[in-house]
Ligand binder design. Structure first.
Ligand SMILES: [Zn+2]
Length: 177
């Protein structure tokens, strides 16, 4: 697969693509240990954890990063500045980078928006519902992955607590090397 395929399709769903083993106690501990390093959307219990290397808590995610980059003829590079420091930019040859684990404990819909980059999201616990470009609604279950172009708007909600990880594809022109 390549990035152009995602741009052309708008979005691509890969059901049951990669299994990440974890549980809610582990996710709660991840939030607790990153309590100085989390951001919310300022309204409700939607939490992005600012840890791009959360492998101490969830080791399977490293295998996911490696597989995903391999599927795009790329190599996951853990030492990239983007991964190590929230403020820094990508300086590695890799494509897919974790932006952060996302925990949603809110019944509020995340209002319609577009992401700043081509994104991938892996559902890990709970289900999430994505309305894409005001049209189709997807249901993501654990192990499902969706790729979304930054040209596609999406509104996202759940039916209970949910956890997943957002990744960004960093395009060559946005890298500093
Ligand atoms: Zn990088």
């Amino acid at each position: 697969m390549d990035i152009e395929t995602i741009k052309n399709a708008g979005y691509i769903v890969k059901p049951n693509h990669f299994q990440v083993n974890t549980d809610w106690p582990t996710v709660l501990d991840l939030i607790y240990k990153n309590s100085d390093n989390a951001k919310t959307n300022g309204k409700d219990l939607w939490i992005k954890i600012k840890d791009r290397l959360p492998f101490g808590h969830i080791p399977d995610l490293k295998g996911f990063c490696e597989q995903l980059n391999k599927e795009f003829d790329s190599t996951y590079t853990q030492t990239c500045d983007f991964n190590q420091n929230w403020e820094k930019r990508c300086n590695c040859p890799g494509i897919w980078h974790i932006d952060g684990p996302v925990v949603s404990l809110t019944s509020t819909h995340i209002s319609k928006h577009k992401d700043i980059a081509i994104a991938a999201y892996i559902q890990i616990l709970g289900n999430s519902f994505w309305k894409l470009d005001d049209k189709n609604t997807l249901v993501l279950k654990p192990s499902d992955v969706v790729f979304i172009s930054n040209t596609i708007s999406h509104e996202v909600w759940g039916e209970g607590p949910r956890f997943g990880v957002l990744l960004f594809a960093i395009e060559e022109k946005k890298k500093v090397r």
